[in-house]
Design a protein around this ligand. Structure first.
Ligand SMILES: NC(=O)c1ccc[n+]([C@@H]2O[C@H](COP(=O)([O-])OP(=O)(O)OC[C@H]3O[C@@H](n4cnc5c(N)ncnc54)[C@H](OP(=O)(O)O)[C@@H]3O)[C@@H](O)[C@H]2O)c1
Length: 282
């Protein structure tokens, strides 16, 4: 049995990862930046509080930067430094597909700090999550029965967050893939119109895709409460979908897990209850 620290353990990937590691018989420290409840430990990447306490004596850790921030290197470097100082055996960082194209991108700087740390590492660079449709993009689906995004007909090899968690669990527990980065994708590339068709079928109601201009999308993101700099960052990376950069399919999930990634249809079926009854009732 090993002890693993999971950052973002209440989040989309971290929740699944923490459960998976426990099911495999490991001890899991679930971190939170809030007042910890039973079973959680405090670690705040913004203030830096709790880092040493959370990591001390652990065998490995899963790292992510919370969404909403554009200074991921500043947030994560103290954790990487502490892991080296405290002798952790393995760090797995969830980054994002495409960040290695720009050495100045803050998330890329965090990757480079990890690679230079001397601690055994993996970087996972997932493509866009399937789960975004019942979280970030849910408002438009629930209120206008529409996916409202400036992404045109660009295809995306969406990945199920449960597959990301399965890969993270494998990388934390196994050493044969050490010191490598993986672009994680699903096994099919869909347009957002095709996603709308799958959701319509699985939820039993017509959901449209509406292609927005960047200027139409900006107020929606700001209205959802995103900080202005993060909204601009999102608009830039959404434009990469339109440009075709999110279409690529990799074999990372099958090569690490020995099985195919989940398909979008499976996601839609499994998360039907996460959509409001008004959407899923028919
Ligand atoms: N969504 C996508 O399509 C996509 C694609 C590629 C990469 N990613 C990457 O995935 C990451 C997000 O993963 P996710 O969706 O699993 O997370 P999530 O569901 O958005 O949850 C965020 C987690 O961060 C924790 N958190 C918030 N503020 C924090 C702080 N100050 N210090 C420490 N932890 C804090 C939250 O827990 P508490 O509130 O309890 O602290 C929560 O567990 C981002 O780095 C993003 O770039 C996302």
């Amino acid at each position: 049995m090993s002890t693993f620290v999971v950052l973002g353990a209440s989040g989309t990937v971290g929740r699944e990862l923490a459960q998976g590691l426990e099911a495999a018989g490991h001890e899991v420290r679930r971190t939170t930046s809030r007042t910890p409840a039973a079973g959680q430990v405090h670690l705040d990447l913004v203030s830096g509080r709790g880092i040493d306490e959370a990591l001390r004596g652990a065998d490995g850790a899963f790292l992510l930067a919370p969404p909403g921030f554009t200074n991921q290197d500043v947030l994560l470097t103290p954790v990487i430094d502490a892991a080296r100082r405290l002798g952790l055996g393995k760090l797995v960082l969830m980054s994002a597909m495409g960040v290695d194209a720009n050495p100045e991108a803050p998330l890329r700087k965090a990757e480079l700090a990890l690679e230079a740390s001397g601690v055994a590492w993996n970087v996972m660079r997932p493509n866009w999550f399937m789960q975004n449709f019942h979280t970030y993009w849910l408002h438009g689906i629930a209120t206008q029965q529409a996916i409202l995004l400036p992404v045109g007909e660009g295809r995306t090899s969406f990945i199920d967050a449960r597959d990301i968690a399965d890969v993270a669990a494998a990388l934390l527990q196994r050493s044969e893939f050490n010191n490598r980065a993986f672009d994680l994708t699903g096994g099919e590339s869909l347009t957002h119109a095709e996603v709308a068709a799958v959701l319509s079928r699985e939820l039993g109601q017509t959901i449209r895709f509406e292609d927005l201009t960047v200027d139409e999308a900006r107020p929606l993101l700001l209205g959802a409460g995103l900080p202005a700099d993060y909204a601009e960052f999102l608009l830039v990376i959404l434009s990469y979908i339109k440009a075709g950069y999110s279409e690529r399919i990799t074999d990372a999930v099958p090569s690490i897990l020995g099985r195919e990634p989940r398909r979008f249809t499976e996601y839609a079926r499994d998360y039907r209850e996460a959509y409001p009854k008004a959407v899923s009732a028919l």
